[in-house]
Design a protein around this ligand. Sequence first.
Ligand code: SF4
Length: 485
Amino acid sequence: MMGQQKSEPQLFNYAVNLEKRVRANHPLRQVKAAIDFSFVREEVAPCYGSNGNESVDPLVIMKMMFLLFFDDIKSERELMEVIGERLDYLWFLDYGLDEKIPDHSVLSKARARWGKEVFESLFVRTVEQCVEAGLVDGKKLYVDASLIEADAAKESVIKGAPELIAALKRAYRATESKLEETSTPESYQAVNDRMMSRSDPDAACVRQGSGQSRPRYKHHRVIDDAKGVITATETTPGSIAENKKLMELVDQHEQNTGCRAQIIVADHKYGTSENFVACQQRGITSHMGDALGKAQQAREKSVFGDEVFTYDPSRDVYLCPAGQILKPRRVYSIRRTVEYKSSARICGACVLRAQCTRSSHGRTVQRHEKQAALDVAHTQAHSLAARRDRKRRHHLMERSFADAANNHHFKRARWRRLWRQQIQDYLIAAIQNVRILLAHQNCRKSAAAAVSLQKANLRKRCEVLTLVSFMKFRLRSASFARLPR
Ligand code: SF4
């Protein structure tokens, strides 16, 4: 049965009034004023029965999990120990001085019972509040991803045939659902088919930079241009490529902010043909780095690039710099491209051959089925504005990820399995948004205080000037009266 926190102040408790003990500008006081956590009770009500033992109030549990990441407390055990010692925490949770602090296990039980949806709601609510406060522009968005170390050692990784690993993962899920009365969604993407961590089978073994491969998750994030508010997040196993999640993140951004995306800024990992075409189809300007351009750069340094070949739509052929024809030869359905090829005999006798191709079979050119859209996207991606935006993206994203890592335990998973990692990421993103919201409110307060101080100073100066003018007038009148008539 769902319990409810009784928040009547304890009038006779050592004459200590927590309300007075917590300073006016305490961050938690601002959080409590800014965020209404009461929505949790309504959202998780279906998870509780109508009789039996009363649970700890879901609102209190959510606040406790918020504190865990807000102050980056080492563990849930430590959080429960600290709550009883800190007046500000007791006040934030509406606990009295003598009230019993629940066992740390209530937090893990609540997570298993609620699932990740309520935490997603908390995150979406913070985005909506930022939109209401005018902190979100919504038109230009920056996208990036970062790896997170799973709560599993690299020694826990076992290797085997794909069938064996798939069977092990199924068995692990079945055992876990029996133990925890919860089920892991079957929609998880198959990752690392030949290896699996026995500690956390959802994490994928990936390398970061030149480091060793180990179980990791990947956090995908969208940041708004105006104030750096996080408007969309997604967590996947570490092996899922960044570019696969771009359009899902754009959809999520538009849904959360209610604004249509107009410009997407991302690095070259996102600049695939699919993403460029998808952006053009939705009327979005793509300021993403060009992945194709990067791959082709080395080749194009020594030979002609595809752009020097002219497409003739009436005949569906390409014309090379020597005026020869390249005809369609093969269709690549996965890449959605058509390959055009010149005659090996003609190329063999061409004077431009050294600059055109190193192959003895003639020159080929690839054309995407949406090449016109792709050309527009490539022009946008190479513009000056796009290069400027990508520089700004670098600072904005790094700042956001660094803030999460330094202050909110972002770089390492606290719990195991993907759905728990998603909870962690929603909480961290929500906290970062709340901090942006509070900083904005404080800014507005300081600006209002500065204006009122200015007004007060001006009023004082006016009063002094009036007094001085009046004194001068009196003096002049007195001297005039003393003059002989
Ligand atoms: S090498 Fe072949 S494709 Fe290249 S310019 Fe000469 S004829 Fe044209």
